[in-house]
Design a protein around this ligand. Structure first.
Ligand SMILES: [Cu+2]
Length: 223
């Protein structure tokens, strides 16, 4: 039985590998994370509504994630929303007049058709990250801005210009500053275990005029 010692060796090796596998933790160690802190400089009182998010891989929102933008007093309420990709967005008509809600934003376009007072149309699922512009076919002044973010790493900038996103995996990230009234700004940061800082300046930045429904100005995003 010339091959027997080899078999024993193989078994021993296999046992060794099995032991090594058993010794390894069954669950990989938690991914190292840290916080991104930052500041948006703006002229006093001019910051308005602003958000910071991390551009990167799409992570769908949980199935239960939902947001509501109602039609009330011939306006969309709220006028600005941030939702994670995959979120169901409801557009109930809380007015006594007819509305007709639609978006032509590529990748997230929809048309709900005529909505009577009290109608609650089926939710719209927004699948493409970016800035989605929503209008009403009947009332040209009605407008809603939705920022569809690719993942859960986003926050609203505080009135003093500071922001903080915690629990972010270490590595290189594209930090985006977005608001409905200015062009988005992007900054790349390297997040280490001690954290990272991102600073944006809106001082002197051009205000973005609100596009009407035909202009459809739009940013591009990596996917
Ligand atoms: Cu309307």
């Amino acid at each position: 039985m010339r091959h027997r010692p080899q078999s024993i060796l193989r078994i021993a090796l296999a046992a060794g590998i099995a032991r090594a596998a058993l010794a390894a933790p069954a669950v990989p160690a938690a991914e190292a994370r840290a916080a991104i802190a930052g500041k948006v400089r703006a002229n006093a009182g001019s910051l308005g509504e602003a958000y910071v998010y991390l551009d990167g891989p799409k992570i769908l929102a949980s199935r239960s994630a939902a947001a509501e933008i109602k039609q009330l007093a011939k306006q969309f309420v709220p006028a600005v929303s941030v939702v994670q990709v995959g979120t169901r967005v409801l557009f109930p008509n809380a007015d006594n007049v007819l509305h007709n809600v639609f978006s032509r934003t590529p990748g997230d376009a929809f048309a709900l058709g005529p909505l009577k007072a009290g109608d609650r149309p089926a939710p719209v699922v927004l699948r493409k990250p970016g800035h989605v512009e929503v209008f009403c076919n009947i009332h040209p002044r009605m407008r809603a801005d939705i920022l569809v973010v690719p993942n859960a790493y986003w926050t609203r900038v505080r009135p003093d210009g500071s922001f903080h996103i915690s629990g972010v995996p270490l590595g290189s990230h594209r930090v985006v500053l977005w608001g409905p009234t200015f062009s988005p700004m992007v900054q790349r940061i390297e997040l280490t275990s001690v954290g990272a800082t991102a600073t944006f300046s809106l001082v002197g930045a051009a205000r973005r005029p609100h596009a009407n429904r035909d202009a459809g100005a739009r940013e591009s995003y990596d996917e």
